[in-house]
Design a protein around this ligand. Structure first.
Ligand code: DLL
Length: 423
């Protein structure tokens, strides 16, 4: 669609959405009134900037479904993502929402050169996480054969990849690298022994350098896929040009804003990604501040698609860590630690890469009254901390008990996270 037509389609959808939410959503009506904006004030696409923002805490504060605008009996699916305080954010989908999401992924996979002839191994987690089921239905929609492998049991995954003549895999970049290492130990050479030619990688930050390494080591083409659970899940990918992620303009409106002034940045400049989902029903999303930092490219792509593109995600404005594909907030660690009487209030999080996998170490001080010379006491506490963190974060972390008063203290803002990963 020519860019101008696409923009007028976006405007029409946005206007309809704003009227609908002003009429039917208590939350949006209150927000818009507070921002002194009425749906009639939305006269052109740029007027999106008059609308109030939405942030993750809005979803958390309205847990689990207070922001849903459709009656409960129209909801046909839930997904959930982890939250900072143990409470996750829940996303509901109507059948129309699932169709739109699947359409996005069908387009995405087609853009990555996949089709009926392909067998796609979906090695994102199935379940509340959106990666597995999202890619699954997208792959079916394009007529590909799906191998719903989910995560884990890596040797079996590699055997299946060979036996089922898998041509493409969808997983996190770190999991694919891990698979590469395991395959090597099994004496399997991806290029020689498998039909794998493409990988659809996302859900965590990864760099251009990592792409080069994956493409060279495994002899495949690797594409970046992006999305967040609040927007539906994975939605957007690169095309064969591999020059930015196409944001389907009929489904989503993107802005890249200066995180401090909230003014749009110049083309190509880094800023915070803000997304309005134009077609979502159950959980509408207007100007959602995703928290990811990226760039915007509105030039028409060499592939011919007129959808705008965002660059590789370069980081986050907040402090969320992604450990082996799982979102971990430092505040979640704190929350979990503080439930253990033996540990003090000071802790540090150190993140690194061991081989190709993320490794997280939590160093925590013992309370003086529990400090002991006895190794079995210390081992017991360490085990308890490890179990508590594992249960709270859904990911295993290493734990180191520190002497009372030995960890850094801070004046002003604490910096508890040391991230040494180079990606
Ligand atoms: O990670 C959805 C997804 C599944 C995307 C599978 C891609 C593939 P959440 O768990 O809500 O949803 O996490 C969303 O993950 O705000 C980014 O910070 C990060 N993220 C997702 N994709 C990428 C990517 C899914 N390609 C959060 N590059 C987002 C960098 C990414 N970061």
């Amino acid at each position: 669609m020519p860019r101008e037509e696409l923009r007028s389609l976006q405007f029409k959808s946005m206007k309809t959405l704003v009227y609908k939410l002003y009429s039917f959503s208590e939350f949006y009506r209150r927000r818009m009134r507070a921002a002194k904006v009425h749906p009639d004030d939305v006269q052109c696409l740029e007027d999106v900037r008059k609308l109030p923002f939405m942030v993750k805490s809005d979803l958390r504060e309205n847990y689990p479904d207070k922001l849903f605008v459709t009656p409960r009996d129209e909801v046909v699916r839930f997904h959930a993502s982890s939250g900072t305080t143990g409470k996750s954010t829940v996303v509901g989908y109507t059948q129309h929402d699932l169709d739109g999401w699947t359409t996005s992924l069908a387009r995405a996979l087609t853009s990555c050169g996949l089709g009926r002839a392909d067998t796609i191994q979906v090695s994102y987690g199935y379940g509340l996480f959106t990666g597995g089921l999202g890619l699954h239905y997208g792959a079916e929609r394009i007529g590909a054969a799906v191998l719903p492998a989910s995560v884990g049991n890596t040797e079996r995954q590699i055997e299946l990849m060979m036996d089922m003549q898998v041509t493409a895999i969808a997983c996190t970049p770190s999991y694919l690298l891990h698979m590469g290492e395991v395959a090597q130990k099994m004496g399997v050479n991806f290029l020689r022994d498998t039909k794998l030619r493409r990988a659809i990688l996302g859900a965590e930050p990864w760099s251009e350098r990592m792409r080069n390494r994956i493409e060279e080591d495994l002899g495949i083409k690797a594409y970046d896929i992006y999305g967040t659970s609040e927007l539906s899940g994975p939605l957007f990918t690169e095309c064969d040009e591999q020059k930015g992620i196409h944001i389907w303009g009929d489904l989503a409106l993107v802005e890249i804003l200066d995180p401090d002034t909230h003014e749009p940045v110049s083309p190509g400049e880094r800023g915070e990604l803000v997304v309005t989902m134009l077609q979502k029903e159950a959980l509408p999303i207007i100007r959602y501040k995703v928290g990811d930092i990226t760039t915007l490219d509105e030039e028409v792509c060499a592939c011919g698609r007129t959808h705008p593109r965002i660059g590789r995600i370069q980081g986050r404005v907040d402090d969320m860590l992604i450990i082996r594909g799982i979102n971990v907030f430092p505040s979640q660690v704190e929350y979990a630690l503080m439930s253990i009487p033996e540990v003090g209030s000071h802790f540090m999080i150190e993140v690194d890469r061991k081989g190709e996998l993320d490794d997280m170490l939590v160093r925590v001080e013992l309370r003086r009254e529990f400090f002991s010379d006895r190794i079995d006491d210390l081992m017991r506490i360490k085990k308890k901390v490890t179990h508590t963190l594992r249960a709270a974060l859904n990911v295993s972390v290493d734990v180191e008990l520190a002497n009372p008063d030995s960890l850094p203290r801070f004046e002003g803002k604490a910096k508890r996270v040391i991230d040494r990963r180079r990606i």
